[in-house]
Design a protein around this ligand. Structure first.
Ligand code: PCA
Length: 200
């Protein structure tokens, strides 16, 4: 059976939970669409998260890599089109680091496109009643960082393993603590990820 490496992130900043961590834990071990799901949670840490992803890629030898992250404030599920070669944030990572615009890979390309079928994701999600739209920026925080590292890895090793990233809205649990945050139920977030997996 094919293997899907599904990653989420631990909580960060003042978000007490990360819905992507919960999704990954829930789907870990499941079989869907001919794929065994191996769920892993990554650190919100510029130093460690890329290494963790590459470690899991080596360990699992996946046929597909799908990474998930929270984009608090977004209303829709947003498959990311491109990762850029830049780490920048005024907000600290969980280790207190605030990079100032440095490249992720010194001689790496400026940008790397997702190799997942992002248009098909959006069509499937909308068809099933989940608001979705392609995003043209994953930001310059940890999500972009991890997406870039995964794509860079497969490009360097000339392996055509589809790899990419989907940002998700907050869950209702988070919206209780943060007013004015658009939110979905945790169940809808998880079910939307299952719909995406059906397209892989
Ligand atoms: N979202 C952050 C990092 C971890 C997460 O879930 C981001 O969008 O970069």
């Amino acid at each position: 059976m094919r293997k899907l490496l599904l990653t989420g992130f631990e909580p960060f900043l003042n978000f007490s939970i990360n819905p992507t961590q919960q999704i990954v834990r829930e789907l870990d071990g499941m079989e869907l669409n001919g794929l065994t799901i191996i769920g892993k949670v990554l650190s919100v840490n510029y130093e460690k998260s890329g290494e963790e992803l590459l470690h899991y890629i080596e360990e699992v030898q996946p046929d597909v890599v799908l990474s998930l992250g929270l984009a608090a404030g977004r209303h829709k599920l947003t498959p990311e089109r491109i990762a850029i070669n830049c780490d920048e944030s005024k907000d600290k990572d969980n280790h207190g680091h605030t990079p100032d615009g440095e490249p992720i890979m010194k001689d790496g390309p400026d940008g790397l496109f997702s190799t997942l079928p992002i248009q098909a994701f959006v069509e499937r999600l909308i068809d099933r009643g989940y608001p979705a739209e392609i995003s043209n920026t994953a930001g310059t925080y940890l999500c972009n960082h991890v997406m870039y590292q995964g794509l860079y890895h497969f490009r360097e090793h000339q392996r055509s393993v589809p790899c990419g990233f989907v940002h998700m809205p907050a869950s209702h649990e988070l919206a209780v603590d943060h007013s004015n945050l658009p939110s979905w139920s945790q169940e809808d977030l998880t079910n939307a990820v299952k719909e995406i997996i059906q397209v892989l």
